[in-house]
Design a protein around this ligand. Structure first.
Ligand SMILES: [Zn+2]
Length: 156
């Protein structure tokens, strides 16, 4: 896939920003991150959002993965503002609608930063306490939505 075309791929659902604007495609998401104030941009949440974005552009995998990173970063401060039961119900319905099992190791970020230390590629899952490898789409999907610790992660 051509680079420009890869960045123009839309999200399944636009990413809604605080204030009502929407990020429609991968390029919008990248532009949004790039325009953040430097201090904000350097936060772990955004650093973590960039990686799946690059991965999806690089591999042409489901844009949902990049969306997850964006939503996590955007929602990190406002999580408690929403009515949690409503939010969870909507999230659950969306995930069940699209649920698919992606095997571990099938979609791997080839362009993951080789200068990063190995632990920096992982983020702790708030649901099950396991570690999500953001270079591995299968790992990201396994930790999305209501779930228990995936069997693949029990040894970590
Ligand atoms: Zn988990």
């Amino acid at each position: 896939m051509k680079h420009v075309a890869a960045w123009a791929r839309p999200f399944d659902d636009p990413v809604l920003l605080p204030g009502g604007r929407e990020l429609v495609n991968l390029r919008d998401a990248a532009d949004y991150i790039m325009k953040l104030p430097k201090a904000e941009q350097n936060l772990d949440a955004w650093q973590t959002a960039v990686e799946p974005l690059l991965l999806v552009v690089e591999l042409g995998g489901p844009t949902m993965m990049a969306r997850i990173g964006m939503m996590r970063a955007l929602n990190r401060n406002v999580e408690r503002v929403f009515n949690p039961s409503r939010r969870q119900a909507v999230a659950k319905a969306k995930i069940e609608e699209r649920r698919m099992k992606i095997p571990r190791g099938k979609y791997i970020a080839k362009n993951a930063d080789p200068h990063k230390h190995e632990p920096e590629h992982f983020i702790k899952c708030e649901t099950c306490g396991g570690w999500i490898d953001f270079r591995d789409l299968g790992s990201v999907f396994d930790h999305e939505g209501p779930h228990s610790l995936p069997s693949e992660d029990r040894m970590h």
